[in-house]
Design a binder for this molecule. Structure first.
Ligand code: UDP
Length: 320
């Protein structure tokens, strides 16, 4: 298969491209290197089945060429990280709205199947129990940039589902829940690489708010596995799936675990959200997926638990 992967130099994309190449595909990636990094894919550049296009998904002419030349598209290009989104709300919106429109418009014209990488952000702050795909979404005020990201990812999903229903385009949507693993940078705010870096450098480990907020973290290898299997399963077409781990952890306990596993003498310190981001910020108190839908279809459950993934990321960080 000839596969087009948007956002292929990003953290998740750089894992997905390796898996797709290992399965014998030809993969072209497009990445504007805004949050992706050349180092993530530099070792692939001699591979005859791999091509890297440095460019934006907003470049219609380039996208026209790339979509024409592929058999299917994995669309991952998007702004990443709460910190980045809060600091660049307009860029994030334009990429998610106009960029994704271009992807679907071209995929429809040339009849190419699309996997849309969406985000658990779309659930917003409706956080009282594990989220099911059809749950209501509750987003806050438009003055809070984070909700713009959630809104635009929701728009992407509406677009995907509408192309599927009204234009018979084969699409699959995956909502990713706090994916982590080696090569994830701490620069855009993600908690695990940040805390591991702080712990290894014996710097204070920063917990935002009171640390009672709950997340579930998913190893990138498991997420990539789910994405490929969904894309290869006709029964997944036109559907939305949570991709994540159902193992909840509070951010407080995550900080303690990272301190313990790194053997660090760092203090765990509490930083108010207003200091970490700004006044226009809201966090989600609880964000954990119900994964029965993907489990029923693919018998998918994550292979790597939180402790195993933290150890793997700590080892990778230390060996760099
Ligand atoms: N967080 C934290 N310390 C940090 C970075 C993040 O306590 O140095 C918190 C953040 O406020 C959120 C959780 O960790 O409650 C997960 O943050 P992340 O940005 O990784 O992803 P989110 O789930 O918010 O999209």
């Amino acid at each position: 298969m000839r596969i087009l992967l948007t956002g292929g130099a990003g953290f998740i994309g750089s894992h997905l491209v390796r898996r797709l190449l290992a399965e014998g595909n030809q993969v072209a990636i497009i990445d504007d290197l805004s949050t992706g990094k050349r180092e993530n894919i530099i070792d692939l550049e001699g591979n005859e089945n791999f091509t890297f296009y440095e460019g934006s998904i907003l470049n219609y002419k380039l996208m026209l060429k790339l979509v024409t030349e592929c058999d299917c598209v994995y669309h991952l290009a998007a702004a990443v990280g709460v910190k980045y989104i809060v600091e660049h709300p307009l860029d994030s919106l334009i990429t998610n709205v106009r960029g994704t429109e271009i992807v679907f418009e071209l995929a429809h014209i040339f009849k190419k199947k699309v996997f849309l990488a969406s985000s658990s952000e779309v659930y917003g702050k409706n956080g009282t129990r594990p989220f099911k795909e059809n749950d209501d979404r509750i987003l806050g005020s438009v003055t809070i940039p984070r909700w713009g990201y959630a809104f635009s990812k929701g728009f992407d999903e509406f677009l995907a589902i509408s192309y599927a229903r009204e234009r018979s385009l084969p699409v699959v949507v995956g909502r990713l829940f706090n994916i982590c693993g080696p090569r994830q940078t701490p620069h855009y705010g993600m908690v695990i690489p940040r805390m591991i870096e702080q712990a290894v450098k014996q710097e204070p480990i920063t917990v935002y708010g009171d640390g009672s907020q709950v997340r579930s973290f998913t190893y990138v290898g498991d997420a990539v596995d789910a994405m490929i299997r969904l894309m290869n399963t006709p029964g997944a077409e036109g559907e939305i799936f949570n991709i994540g781990s159902p193992e909840p952890v509070s951010i407080n306990n995550l900080a303690k675990k990272i301190k313990e596993l790194t053997g660090s003498s760092s203090d765990i310190v509490f930083i108010p959200y207003t200091q970490a981001y700004n006044n226009d910020f809201e966090d989600m108190v609880y964000r954990v997926p119900d994964i029965s839908k993907i489990k029923d279809l693919l018998q998918f459950t994550p292979n790597i638990n939180l402790e195993e993934m933290l150890k793997a990321i700590i080892n990778a960080y230390r060996s760099n």
